[in-house]
Write a protein that binds this ligand. Structure first.
Ligand SMILES: Cc1cc2nc3c(=O)[nH]c(=O)nc-3n(C[C@H](O)[C@H](O)[C@H](O)COP(=O)(O)O)c2cc1C
Length: 232
């Protein structure tokens, strides 16, 4: 164990925060660290929207759930894939931006590597965080609220603040469930390990079956397409 591994393994999602704000200097420091994440061919196709207007924070708290921690946390952000910069550069060069699935994936991957480094930087300063996938429950309305331009893909929100709780650790899949040597194991092996995990994380298999067999957030694809993504 070293300090970095201990920071990473101490992560908990925090949903209850004190009233303390997150100073701008701390935000800048975390973003500066986040920016140093690896990035595919230095494309850096992401941006971070810091939502500072209280009325918009409250509206987002409703539209993302409702999830009151969005209004109550010290600072709230939206992590976005950003292909707009590259689109503008292509347009200025008189060329057509080729926005196929690879460009979308690059943006999602780069944004997520940035976000997780940003999170670790905040956690290293003593802040708690909670990612907000609930953002994708209402993308068209959030888009109108925040006037998101073409080429920007809001992916998830991020609450940051001084923790007012220390949640219990949520058990993860065992290392044997995710680390394989050379070849992917048999289906029987995968299912047996999942059953073992259910003993520590009750109902996990049943929740996953529900999550991935019932249609959810069916407007997400059309929304990103409308923002300029091409999934061809
Ligand atoms: C992309 C993403 C979206 C998430 N969305 C939400 C959310 O909308 N609301 C929430 O309370 N937690 C959300 N979470 C937090 C997860 O529920 C949490 O990470 C998971 O249950 C494991 O718990 P832990 O982070 O405390 O270890 C999200 C996490 C991720 C990675």
């Amino acid at each position: 164990m070293n300090e970095t591994i201990s920071l990473i393994t101490n992560h908990r999602s925090v949903r209850s925060y004190t009233d303390e704000p997150v100073p701008g200097d701390d935000i800048r420091r975390a973003v500066e660290a986040g920016r140093m994440a690896s990035t595919s061919s230095a494309t850096q196709s992401y941006c971070l929207l810091h939502i500072t207007r209280p009325g918009e924070r409250q509206a987002l708290a409703e539209l993302c759930g409702p999830q009151q921690h969005i209004a109550a946390c010290g600072a709230f952000f939206i992590v976005c894939g950003d292909t707009r910069r590259h689109r503008l550069l292509a347009r200025r060069a008189g060329l057509r931006y080729d926005a196929r699935l690879e460009a979308f994936l690059l943006a999602v991957i780069d944004a997520t590597l940035f976000a997780q480094n940003l999170v670790l930087a905040f956690e290293s300063m003593g802040y708690g965080i909670c990612y907000i996938g609930g953002l994708r429950s209402n993308l068209p309305r959030i888009d109108r609220l925040l006037e998101i331009p073409e080429g920007i893909y809001p992916l998830y929100g991020l609450c940051v603040g001084v923790p007012a709780e220390r949640p219990a650790e949520r058990p993860r899949l065992n290392t044997e469930c995710v680390l394989f040597e050379d070849r992917y194991p048999s289906d029987e092996h995968i299912l047996r390990l999942a059953d073992e995990y259910d003993a520590r994380a009750p109902d996990w298999s049943a929740r996953m079956v529900r999550k991935f067999t019932e249609p959810r957030r069916t407007d997400v694809g059309p929304y990103y397409r409308a923002k300029g993504a091409d999934f061809a």
